[in-house]
Design a protein around this ligand. Structure first.
Ligand SMILES: [Zn+2]
Ligand SMILES: [Zn+2]
Length: 648
């Protein structure tokens, strides 16, 4: 029999028969390894223990100690096990798809009655039975005709549709968990008992359109989370509880920051309090950009499709664009425009006005650019995922030789901003050349080295994500970790030789000839809307004093104190503090409670004793004790605290 050679992580090479499976490879190494094995990596691809290997490859055997593959299998097998449990309890329910997601998985079902919390408990119990039965998992490749016949006979219209969608040249793989079958790419565990039975939980049900298409049936999506052990699950559930308490939609109501309504889905009505956060943050960002050598511009919202055709957005991004057709005077047909989904093509238009020389580069062009993107309604989430938003966007036009220095400069810029905004934990991801790409290897080498060197020079080592770059250039992504351990990708730096080419941007080089500039698309916060959502949740509404929309409430204890209350408010306001009076005829405890729910950081209570002594009784958010301070001392303290970190 023909042989193949497999290279192991320690460099050892061993020969096996063609078609050997990782299960057999593990057995050949040691029976204990075969027992512990859950899957393999074959040339970097996650590989089922049952799949044959047909050519020379690098191989490593995964066990439960390998977190990435272990968690992927746990969550993926649970998706199948949940679907099986649902069909065992309610045989009429139709199954659709069930992918793995952060911390767990979901599966979409077509069922007339809604799933109730009791149903979820019943499904969980059934899932545990399936796990404890240790049912074998097996897999086969099927023909298209067999798969169609099978799903048609079983009355599974969604699966029939899925089979039709799979490209002709692709194998149809089937998986069985016990007798229950699903169409699936795999890989999977070897038997259901490999899934930890006490480390998963079904969390909730939500509506979701089939294939995300609002004209198709509304399905029920059951979400689950799963981990390697009970402690990890517990920690996650605690985090979720904490996250629910901090939910920016709930705090947004309590702090009266914003609202959203049906007439403008995915768009925000900012109330005075929320808009104060927004403009304070924007003023801060504007100062940082000025200091770092950016010029600020502003570009149109409604732009003719011709520009989007030239930039490539019309072809590749149209389903996310809001199209605006206008009866332009004298025109035979309607003029087709789009609301801008991004600012880049407009910035190139500004670059293209007038001749640019190499001496003009780099040009750092910033815009707080309001963009509109059509997001399916199911994807919308508070102010974090919206249809109308403003990016802290900028494009750096430069030469390839300048990319490294510009990237380093940006990383340092972003590090200072994240630190000022209270995020000290963040990391950098470097995504490099994908298989399908344009441009020579020589250019890719230079582009990747420029970004990698910039990270190292700035003192921030990167994590490498091979193959994850755009088809035209590598990128950096910056991921924040918030106070309860959640990750948020906010900053990006995307290198781009492509758009300047498409939109014919050029500069005159030292040699007197025309050259194409490179572009760096970069954002630090991402969008103001989403970042404010992150800030609110990170700080649980208790924003740093300079960002708090209502900084101080001065509350009277008796109405005779009113004139002094007004004097204190005026003194604070003149000192640059956002202060307001509360002279309602209510008990002081009532006032304190109400303003604490509104997350006002400082409440100053004033009774007759304070009036006589010209002092205030200071109560800080989260503390029960009060302290007495003179008017001068509290004004001095709070006016200093109200200064943004860059102005102290
Ligand atoms: Zn699967
Ligand atoms: Zn851009």
């Amino acid at each position: 029999m023909a042989q193949i050679s497999l290279t192991f992580p320690d460099g050892n090479i061993r020969n096996f028969d063609v078609g050997v499976t990782p299960a057999q490879v593990a057995q050949a190494i040691a029976p204990s390894l075969a027992k512990a094995a859950i899957s393999a990596m074959v040339d970097g691809q996650h590989w089922d223990l049952q799949w044959p290997i047909h050519s020379d490859a690098r191989i490593s055997i995964n066990t439960m100690k390998d977190d990435g593959p272990a968690l992927e299998l746990i969550r993926h097998d649970l998706a199948h096990i949940m679907a099986r449990a649902v069909q065992e309890i309610w045989p009429d329910v139709k199954v659709t798809i069930g992918p793995v997601r952060d911390y767990g998985w979901f599966y979409d079902f077509d069922r007339a009655e809604p799933f109730t919390p009791d149903d979820l408990g019943q499904i969980e119990a059934k899932m545990k039975q399936i796990i404890n039965a240790r049912d074998p998992v097996r897999t086969e490749i099927w023909s298209r005709a067999d798969a169609l016949a099978y799903y048609e006979s079983r009355g599974e219209p969604y699966k029939v549709e899925l089979v039709h969608k799979i490209p002709e040249d692709q194998d149809l793989r089937m998986y069985w968990h016990g007798d229950w079958q699903d169409l699936c790419r795999g890989p999977h565990f070897q038997h259901t008992g490999q899934v930890p039975a006490d480390a998963f939980k079904l969390t909730h049900v939500a509506g979701a359109y089939w294939l995300g298409d609002a004209s198709r049936p509304m399905l029920q999506r059951i979400y689950g989370v799963a981990f390697k052990n009970r402690d990890d699950l517990k920690a996650h559930m605690t985090m979720l509880e904490e996250a629910a308490k901090r939910d920016h939609r709930k705090l947004g109501r309590e702090m009266n920051l914003f609202h959203m309504q049906e007439e403008a889905p995915g768009q925000i009505f900012w109330h005075p309090n929320g808009w104060t956060i927004y403009t304070t943050l924007q003023d801060y960002m504007r100062r940082q950009q000025r200091r770092d050598g950016y010029v600020e511009v502003n570009t149109p919202q409604v732009v003719n499709r011709k520009l989007w055709e030239a930039s490539g957005h019309w072809e590749n991004y149209r389903e996310n664009m809001f199209i605006v057709e206008v009866d332009e005077e004298g025109a035979r047909e309607k003029v087709v425009n789009a609301l801008k989904p991004m600012n880049c093509p407009c910035h190139v238009q500004i670059f293209n006005v007038g001749l640019k020389s190499y001496r003009d580069l780099p040009i750092r062009m910033a815009e707080f650019g309001s963009c509109a993107r059509y997001e399916p309604s199911g994807a919308l989430h508070g102010i974090m995922r919206v249809r109308g938003f403003t990016q802290d966007d900028a494009h750096v036009f430069c030469t390839l030789d300048q990319v490294e220095a510009e990237s380093k400069k940006f990383i340092e810029f972003l590090a200072k901003i994240y630190s000022d905004l209270g995020f000290d934990k963040w990391r950098v991801k470097l995504s490099t050349r994908p298989e399908k790409r344009v441009g020579s290897d020589e250019i890719w080498d230079k582009m990747e080295a420029a970004l990698a060197n910039a990270c190292m020079a700035a003192g921030y080592p990167y994590e490498l994500f091979p193959g994850e770059g755009a088809f035209y250039a590598p990128k950096l992504e910056f991921v924040l970790t918030d106070a309860i351990g959640r990750d948020w990708q906010c900053g990006t730096l995307q290198l781009d030789p492509n758009l300047p080419e498409r939109l014919d941007a050029s500069y005159i080089g030292e040699d007197g000839a025309k050259h194409r500039p490179f572009m760096l698309h970069r954002a630090c916060l991402g969008s103001f809307e989403r970042f404010i959502g992150i800030l609110i949740e990170n700080h649980a509404g208790k924003l740093p004093f300079w960002l708090a929309p209502r900084q101080v409430v001065v509350a009277s204890i008796v109405s005779d104190a009113d004139p002094f209350v007004e004097e204190v408010v005026t003194a604070l306001t003149l000192a640059g503090v956002r202060a307001e009076a509360d002279m309602r005829n209510e008990k002081i405890n009532y006032k304190v409670r109400e303003h604490s729910v509104g997350k006002v950081p400082v409440i100053l209570a004033i009774g007759m004793k304070e009036v006589e002594e010209r002092t205030v009784s200071v109560r800080r958010l989260g503390e029960t004790r009060t302290e007495t301070m003179t008017l001068e001392a509290i004004v001095a303290e709070l006016s200093a605290a109200a200064l943004p970190p860059d102005m102290r």
